[in-house]
Design a protein around this ligand. Structure first.
Ligand code: FAD
Length: 291
């Protein structure tokens, strides 16, 4: 199922993100975790892609398994940074052959090594180049793009970031998923600004349940997200008690999701990080709301 069809639906729904294993040894445990999440019947599941293509095969293996064995619509991520045109074209062909219908087209993060390398010969500089290539390949994918309510860290300002976001949509992205955020007002302001800029495609907010103290630092480093005082107090109070931190983090994420639903959002994407227990608790917390 193409996700654009799903987004036309008026009912409220949750989707989950999982990531592929880094090597063969971890494959079975990751596969089992993603299957447990698939059994919860989310509206769809996304499977991330290792920058540089390190886990590309696993992304497809996991996505194919979820789709074909559990009948859950899947969104396979694809990054293009430092890839050749031939590599990307072959990934697109593999996705088509696997029956993938939805692709999240991303640039990928610039690692310090990539930042230091000679970029003059790169075939892809931005996600928009990948979106154009997917379109040119004739593949009939529903294409998603990433967006940043708190501005992408490389952008000089929000106006510039939104200008480039519009280019992705004009090139063929038919929906957008947001970077994580911990203050819903940031999303509401962002939505207002992108709608004003003429971006009308569905925007799926991404919510990260922070379930242990180590995740906090990693999440801020990766996303540059603003931590509201309410969230900081929760971490200060419960970080040293793993069970309490997990419960508080799930409650905070649930609260964010309820507020999003109450303010007109229909689908929320949860960065469930291969944790079926976290995904299940969030769904349980919302059981009557989602019914
Ligand atoms: P782009 O859209 O290329 O944007 C990157 C920066 O370049 C922005 O500042 C933008 O404003 C600017 N820009 C865009 N176009 C132009 C242009 N034409 N000229 C000048 N500047 C331009 N990473 C992974 O490795 N694997 C994943 O699976 C993955 N999944 C993700 C899912 C989501 C929902 C999100 C939000 C991020 C994900 N990432 C993933 C991380 C992502 O790769 C990084 O955030 C990366 O730094 C930017 O990717 P992008 O596709 O948004 O890039």
């Amino acid at each position: 199922m193409k996700l654009t069809e799903l987004f036309k639906n008026d009912s409220l729904s949750l989707s989950f993100e999982v990531f592929p294993p880094k090597n063969d040894t971890a494959f079975d445990s990751v596969k089992t975790a993603t299957e447990e999440i698939a059994k919860l019947r989310p509206s769809f599941m996304s499977v991330t892609y290792g920058a540089g293509g390190g886990t590309s095969r696993y992304t497809l293996d996991i996505a194919r398994n979820i789709k074909h064995c559990y009948n859950v619509p899947t969104l396979a991520h694809l990054t293009c940074v430092s890839s050749t045109k031939e590599t990307v074209r072959s990934r697109i062909e593999d996705m088509k052959a696997s029956g993938i219908e939805n692709v999240m087209a991303l640039r990928g993060d610039l690692t310090p090594e990539l930042e230091a390398s000679d970029r003059s010969g790169w075939a892809y500089r931005h996600a928009v180049d990948l979106i154009r290539d997917i379109k040119e390949s004739g593949a009939d994918f529903c294409i998603g793009g990433a967006c940043y309510p708190e501005v992408h860290p490389e952008s000089a300002n929000q106006a510039e970031d939104i200008k480039h976001l519009k280019e992705k949509v004009d090139a063929g992205a038919s929906f957008l998923t947001t970077q994580m955020f911990f203050d819903n007002n940031l999303l509401y302001n962002f939505l207002y600004k992108i709608r004003e800029a003429g971006i009308t495609v569905p925007v799926i907010p991404g919510i990260m349940p922070i379930t242990n103290a180590n995740q906090v630092e990693r999440a801020i480093k990766l996303s540059g997200s603003f931590m509201p005082q309410r969230f900081k107090s929760l971490v200060d109070k419960f970080a040293s008690s793993p069970d309490a931190m997990k419960q508080a983090g799930i409650a905070y994420a649930t609260d964010q999701i309820i507020d999003l639903f109450a303010n007109g959002v229909k689908n929320v994407h949860v960065y469930s990080m291969n944790k079926p227990d976290v995904a299940k608790k969030i769904l349980d917390n919302l059981s009557d709301i989602l019914r």
